[in-house]
Design a protein around this ligand. Structure first.
Ligand code: ATP
Length: 206
C-alpha cells in the first residue's frame, strides 16, 4: 500500500535495445521510485528458481547449466539461434516466472506512490497487461547503435541483429501512455519529472 492506503500503481518502462531504459530508470530511482529490472532479474531467476531451472533443463538438457550451477549461455544461445520454436518455448518458461516474481516484488513495496518495471520485451511478453501505465523510451536508431556498440563492444551488425528481433518502436509508442525522447535534444530529467508529476496527480485524484 502507498502512504495514503491506496493501491500502489504499476508502471512499466520499455524501449528498444540501447534506447536508454536503464538510464531513465536511474533518474526515477533518484526520486525514490523502486525499479524492478525484469531482464537482469530473468537471468537471476534462471539460476535460482527451482521450477524454472527444471524447465530449462527439460527443454535443453543438462548441458544448459555448467558444473558450478551457472547458466551455459553460449550453449543456450546456440540452441535458440534461428530456432523460433525453441526460443518461444524458452520464453514461455521465463516470462511467466518473471511476471510472478515481479508481482511478488511489487506487493512487497511500501509507502511509495508507484513502482516501475523495466523490460525490453514488455509488449512482446504480454506482461504489459498487468500494468496500469506504460512508458516507452525512444532514441533514434543510429544513436542506439552507437551507444550499444560503445557499451557492449560489439559491431553495428550485431546490434542490428538484436534490434530486428524486437517490436518496431512506432508500435511501442502507439501502445504507450508516455514517451521519453532520449535523443540528445530533449532534456531527460525534465521529461522524467513531468511524467512523475503527472503520475502523482493521477494517483492523488484517483
Ligand atoms: P538495453 O536494452 O540494451 O539494456 P537500455 O535501453 O537499458 O539498453 P541504457 O543501457 O540505459 O539502454 O543505455 C545504453 C547506453 O547508452 C549506455 O551505455 C548509457 O550510458 C548510454 N546512454 C543512454 N542514454 C544516454 C544519454 N542521454 N546520454 C549519454 N549516454 C546515454
Amino acid at each position: 500500500m502507498s502512504k495514503n492506503n491506496k493501491p500502489i500503481l504499476k508502471v512499466g518502462i520499455t524501449g528498444g535495445i540501447g534506447s536508454g531504459k536503464t538510464t531513465v530508470c536511474r533518474v526515477f530511482e533518484t526520486l525514490g521510485i523502486p525499479v524492478y529490472y525484469a531482464d537482469s532479474q530473468a537471468r537471476q531467476l534462471m539460476v535460482s528458481d527451482p521450477r524454472l531451472v527444471a524447465g530449462v533443463k527439460a527443454l535443453f538438457g543438462a548441458r544448459a547449466y555448467l558444473k558450478d550451477g551457472t547458466l551455459n549461455r553460449p550453449f543456450i544461445a546456440k540452441q535458440v539461434f534461428n530456432n523460433k520454436e525453441k526460443l518461444q518455448q524458452l520464453n514461455s518458461l521465463v516470462h511467466p516466472a518473471v511476471a510472478e516474481d515481479g508481482v511478488r516484488w511489487h506487493c512487497a513495496q511500501e509507502n511509495v506512490p508507484y513502482t516501475l518495471k523495466e523490460a525490453a520485451l514488455l509488449f512482446e511478453s504480454g506482461n504489459y497487461k498487468q500494468l496500469d501505465k506504460v512508458i516507452t523510451v525512444f532514441a533514434p536508431e543510429e544513436l542506439r547503435i552507437r551507444r550499444v556498440m560503445e557499451r557492449d563492444q560489439i559491431s553495428a551488425g550485431e546490434v542490428r541483429a538484436r534490434m530486428d528481433k524486437q517490436m518496431a518502436e512506432e508500435e511501442k509508442i502507439k501502445r504507450s501512455d508516455f514517451v521519453i525522447y532520449n535523443d540528445e535534444e530533449h532534456s531527460l530529467i525534465q521529461q522524467v519529472l513531468d511524467i512523475h508529476r503527472t503520475l502523482l496527480a493521477l494517483i492523488a485524484s484517483s
